[in-house]
Write a protein that binds this ligand. Structure first.
Ligand SMILES: [Fe+2]
Length: 252
């Protein structure tokens, strides 16, 4: 997937326009200041460092966030139509979707990833970006929340929990929030579930868009992989008798 500069800018404008429309008070000014100051960096980031994940291309991060915001509003309508109670605001919905993956941009000072110069890893592992090891490790949700407090923005409880748990039960750290068996320990709003569903939907669609055509274009028959081929693969000498996975990687 390749996005033009104009396409990336149009998507970035959606983020800025959404802040103007949905966020109130001094939070609006702080978000606009942050997203304007770091616009060049954020606009060019991928959503993932590796092609096997999703949106691993320049502009992939913004494309993903816009898709999550869009899905979040559509799912919000669906939840309401299905009878969900009105327990969070549109501002909370937007702020949570906008910032759920913010930690992927890196720190205030340092970008999270660089375009890789390792041709072997790009060709054979699909690792198109290399992590910037100057940044101390944090999970993406934790860094999202950390960056927001660095902006001086106060989140509501609903927003904090939705951003923190946006990976749902794919992240064991969220069990305490999402797997409570006592009514009082369950989330008080459906916002965490709406944001998680939106992120799941967006990521899955981005995966399908990138990969499903590739799978269907693979040859039906596969040649047998010999021990010698496997050794060559390990040495970085990709032979002609690779299995389907290696054909797929070579076509990246
Ligand atoms: Fe996401």
């Amino acid at each position: 997937m390749v996005l033009t500069a104009e396409q990336i800018k149009a998507k970035y404008d959606v983020l800025l326009g959404g802040i103007e429309k949905y966020v109130g008070g001094d939070r609006k000014d702080k978000f606009i200041e942050f997203y304007t100051k770091l616009d060049d960096r954020i606009a060019l980031l991928p959503a993932s460092h590796k092609k096997a994940y999703h949106n691993c291309f320049p502009g992939g991060y913004v494309d993903h966030v816009v898709r999550v915001i869009t899905a979040a509003f559509k799912l919000h309508t669906l939840w309401q139509e299905m009878g969900s109670k009105d327990t969070y605001t549109e501002e909370e919905l937007f702020v949570s979707a906008l910032n759920h993956d913010l930690g992927k941009i890196g720190s205030l000072e340092e970008v999270s990833v660089f375009p890789s110069t390792d041709e072997w890893r790009k060709r054979n592992l699909g690792e198109m970006y290399t992590f910037n090891t100057k940044i101390e490790y944090m999970t993406v949700p934790d860094r999202s929340l950390f960056l927001i407090q660095q902006m001086g923005v106060q989140l509501t409880t609903n927003e904090w929990i939705a951003i923190k748990t946006h990976d749902g039960l794919y992240d064991d750290a969220n069990k305490q929030y999402l797997k409570g068996f006592m009514p009082e320990t369950k989330p008080r709003t459906s916002l965490p579930f709406v944001i998680h569903q939106a992120d799941l939907m967006a990521s899955r669609i981005e995966f399908e868009r990138e990969w499903l055509d590739t799978f269907s274009s693979q040859p039906k028959t596969k040649e047998k992989t010999t021990k010698k081929d496997r050794v060559n693969t390990q040495l970085g000498k990709i032979g002609s008798k690779d299995d389907n996975l290696m054909n797929l990687v070579k076509n990246l």
